[in-house]
Write a protein that binds this ligand. Sequence first.
Ligand code: PMV
Length: 327
Amino acid sequence: MTTSSAPGKVYLFGEHAVVYGEPAVPCAVGRRARVTAERRDDGRVRVEASDLSLDGFAITYGGDLDEADVNVPSGLVEAATGYVDGAVDQARDAAGEPDAGFTVTIESDIPLGAGLGSSAAVVVAGIDAATRELGVELPPEELADRAYQVEHEVQEGQASRADTFCSAMGGAVRVEGDDCRRIPDAPELPFVIGYDGGAGNTGELVANVRGLREQYTFAADTVEAIGDIVRTGEHALENDDVEEVGRLMNFNHGLLSALGVSSRSLDTMVWAARDAGAMGAKLTGAGGGGCIVALDTSEGARTALDYTPGCEEAFRAELDTDGVRAE
Ligand code: PMV
């Protein structure tokens, strides 16, 4: 039996624009998914997830969901099993054991589908745990690449390398198309995260931005301007200028809002954090609902978010320099 964990992430800058080849800077945060893989002799896959939803679920299947024995709604099961299936297939492929079966147990303290990279963390940790269970160790770069293939397939092509690379490597990373690298010596970033309890539909949000970009030159310019913010932000990070990083996050949120991917609850949380003295605040991930990320060294933003209607959970999260790891 082997267990691996991998971190979730926030986007400091660049979501959505990264889909069109602009750079983005995601940062791993100290909330993790832990996946345990135990080999089984019957070639089947059993998935147990205690806290992926409020009810939790357990399911055993032989690759065909129709013959599955399930105790929760099918949408959630299909989503979770798509990622787990993909991770298991990658592990079988990497180890050259196409018939290996597993019992996979998932525990995660990353809110689901909320812009914090929960699926990427599960896939990265899942591939690592299952390959090690088969006696093979993959370098984090290869884990990132294999996890990206899984996300790409499950999300029908609507995935950048940002989430999976960040989760595998940890720390602050820079992603531009297929070029992914770690940003060395990123400063301490005092993240505060606000979560509205909801989730946006990533596919739909990406499609809407794509439509706007095709229809209006100024929308295409907005996407390019986000790329400019990212490039400026990288210099701010190099110079340890956290206040400038905050200002640029505010700017980035404004442009994401212009592209229609914010929401009332995300805007309300962003303003609550700013009013309480945060250096900057923006939505993180696809938007539409989910999480915001603010920078604040004091307790002000977190406390304000605790009292903000529509904010279900507010928590502090440090930049996590550890990517995927054996537990
Ligand atoms: O909500 P998340 O964490 O899945 O992030 C989506 C980020 C997008 O840029 C909108 C899409 C992508 O795959 O990069």
